[in-house]
Each structure stands twice: as C-alpha cells, then as structure tokens.
Design a protein around this ligand. Structure first.
Ligand SMILES: Cc1ncc(COP(=O)(O)O)c(C=O)c1O
Length: 400
C-alpha cells in the first residue's frame, strides 16, 4: 500500500531563522587558495599546551563517563574562586557549566522565553544571540548602538534602551564587550539598566563572552555581576572559548539566581546532559593556572588591534577607530550599501576574507567585521589588499 506523501515541514519559527551571512561568504571561498581568513571570531593559535595536556591526562586516566548536570564540582568550585577574584563572591549554588557559551545562551533562553514574549537586544549583535530567542517563538526588538564616524566608535543612547524596556518586556539582552562593534557598556549605564529592570520585573541576560578582552589596561570589562544582588533577575553567560583560546572545546558557564539553578540542571539534562568530563578537567587547569596566558593573549591582541587600526586608518574612505574590547574592528566604507556583495567580491577579487556587517543585523549594513586575532604581518597584508581593491574603484562599484 502506498503511504500518503507528507511534506516535511518544520515550525514556522525555525523556517524563518536567518542563515549565517558570515558562512555564506566563507563557504563560497572553501578550497580557494591564498584567501586571508579574518571572518570568524577565533584566535589563530591553538589552545595553550598546559590546557591540552590536562585534557590528554584526563582521558588517559579514563574520564570517559557522564557527570553532574551542572558540571563537575571541582570546576564549579574553581569557577567560584575565579569569579571571587574579580567580582563580589558568587556562590557555587548559582553556577552551571554548559557545553559552550552559545549553549549557555540557549539554556537561559529555554528557561525564560516562550511564544510571543518580548525581548529587547542591544545591536548590532552576533546573530546567535538574537536568533536563539526566536527559536522559542519570542519576538526580538532591536535597540541600535550609534556609530560616530569621527571616532570610528560605537555608543549607546541609554534613554532609548530604557524607553524600549516597558513593563511586560520579558528580558533585555546585552553583550558587552560587544561582537561585532567592540563597544563596552560603562558602569553608570549598567547601574541605570539594572535599576530600571528591577522595578519592572524584566530579566537581564548579560553575554560576557569577551569580558577579559579589554584594552584599557584593566583586566576585565565592567560586569553586571559587580553591581547585582544574588536575587536579581540576572543571568550571565560566559565561555572558555575566547580568553583561554578554547573555541573548539565547547565549554561555557551560566551564573543565575540560586533558586533557578536546579531547574537549569533539568534543562541541561534534556539538552546535553552534561559537558564532557575531560574537557571540564582541562578547563579547570586553564582557569586555575591560566592567568598569565590570558594576560599575554590580551596584550598580544592589543598590539594587533593597534596595528590594524593604523593600517586601515591610512586608507581613504575607511571609517575606523580602536574598539575598547573584544577582537574585531567593525568599520565602515564611505558610501558602501551592500556589505554582503562587497564581502563576496573581496574574497573573489582580493583574497580577503571579512564578515559582512549585515550578518549582525540591518544596523550593520555598510560595515565589515575584521577579526584581528591574527599575526600583524597577516593583518598588514590584508589591509594592503583592501587598499588595492578600493583603489580600483571602478571594479568595486561594478557590483554583481
Ligand atoms: C557575543 C558572543 N557570545 C557568545 C559566544 C559563544 O562562544 P562559544 O559558543 O564558542 O562559547 C560568542 C562566540 O563567538 C560570541 O561572539
């Protein structure tokens, strides 16, 4: 008997998710020789030796089993110790280890958002942060940072953000230091935001993935953890990916009100059950012994940022400034309107791999994102390619 033909149809909120425009550019270049890849947000160096050795040792010792949903206790205790050196103490009962930073964001979203919930996000923003709530049927309203062409830097109009946070709003999501702009939220704005949300029962989700990557000589960006009470409606997502250069390992964490953590443990059970033990063992060593390596990485990033800013500033039509945090330059080319088309042409014609600004939302149109976590010679080579490409102006405006 012939079975009826059923069209495979996914939920509306899944079908309408945006595809990654960074991938659209990068995938088209796969197999092409000589392209300089600055499109993804990851450092060029492999994870430091001592962290890799700890993973190998844990595997050698047979750590191949399931673990606690919230992460192995020694890692949660090490994390509490790490946080206590930087913020008011955070009790272990507020911590959950997650299988990456993006998984931390997903767990927080699953815990908080349902169909029709209104979520406000400060943008432009790494698309995962705005698409995850949409998977759950929430509606994301965007409040845009403003670009100052004179300084090449981004600013928040705090009042606009507060005005958008009306009673009934479920949550606000802030990513500081911000991917892609490098913007860092200052302490006064954080205080005003927290106070405003407290009065209205609005959750704050703070994505602090780039917390350690700041270039003003301090060792961390202002964190909501510094000013919040343990009972505040606050979830802070973080990751081992950036500061410890562990992107491929997929390990992160969430700080949440203690009363919510047992339920978060259930969500982790139904998502991944737990993070792999040998990876947690390695992260524990990274967190315990890695301070020198984190600082050396940030110092190197600062040099790379300065080298790229100075190379790009010398190119006519490029509006760029030194971002205070993260590892990207998000710069504008005067008159540019189609960043996706431009990024594709830069790959094809100049061998230069950048992320189109529109990948981070309509506010990013006209901009390009350049990850500067790569050697200075490569950054300078890339800047030379951009300069030569732009000098052939006729070719550039030809478009496709
Ligand atoms: C803003 C932001 N948040 C979170 C993450 C999560 O990183 P991971 O999933 O590698 O831990 C990233 C990674 O690029 C990011 O840019």
């Amino acid at each position: 008997m012939n079975s009826p033909r059923i069209t495979p149809t996914l939920r509306e909120s899944i079908r309408t998710l945006g595809a990654s425009r960074i991938r659209e550019v990068a995938n088209a270049a796969i197999g092409r020789e000589g392209v300089l890849p600055f499109w993804f947000g990851e450092p060029d160096a492999v994870t430091p030796d001592f962290i890799r050795a700890a993973a190998v040792a844990a595997l050698g010792a047979g750590d191949t089993f399931y673990h606690h949903n919230l992460g192995i206790l020694p890692l949660r205790e090490a994390l509490a110790g790490y946080l206590a050196m930087r913020h008011p103490p955070v009790d272990v009962s507020r911590l959950a280890i997650t299988s990456s930073g993006v998984n931390a964001l997903m767990i927080a979203a699953q815990a908080l958002f349902g169909p029709g919930d209104r979520v406000v996000a400060v943008v432009p923003l790494w698309p995962n942060v705005t698409e995850i709530p949409r998977i759950l049927g929430a509606e994301v309203e965007r409040v845009a940072l403003e670009f100052d062409p004179a300084s090449g830097l981004w600013k928040l109009d705090l009042q606009r953000l507060l005005d958008a946070l009306t009673p009934g709003t479920r949550a606000v999501i802030v990513n500081s230091p911000n991917n892609p702009t490098g913007w860092v939220m200052n302490r006064d704005d954080q205080k005003a935001l927290l106070e405003h949300c407290r009065g209205r029962g609005i959750w704050v989700i703070s994505d602090e993935a780039y917390e350690r990557l700041v270039f003003d000589g301090s060792t961390q960006a202002p964190s909501l953890l510094d000013i919040a009470d343990p009972q505040d409606l606050l979830m802070v997502a973080n990751t081992f990916s950036k500061a410890w250069q562990m992107t491929g390992w997929r390990l992160g964490w969430l700080v949440a009100p203690a009363a919510t953590v047992p339920d978060l443990g259930k969500l982790i059970e139904y998502n991944t059950s737990c993070a792999p033990g040998f990876i947690q063992q390695a992260a524990l060593v990274g967190m315990r012994d890695g301070e020198e390596s984190v600082r050396a990485f940030v110092a190197q990033l600062a040099q790379r940022r300065d080298a790229l800013v100075s190379a790009l500033s010398a190119i006519e039509g490029v509006e760029v400034g030194p971002p205070p945090g993260a590892m990207y330059l998000f710069f504008r080319l005067a008159g540019e309107r189609d960043s996706l088309g431009l990024a594709k042409r830069l790959v094809a014609e100049a061998g230069l791999g950048l992320a189109p600004g529109s990948a981070f939302g309509p506010e990013g149109e006209g901009f390009l994102r350049w990850c500067f976590a790569r050697p200075v010679e490569q950054l300078e080579d890339g800047a030379g390619r951009l300069r030569r490409f732009l000098a052939g102006g006729a070719a550039r405006s030809g478009g496709d």
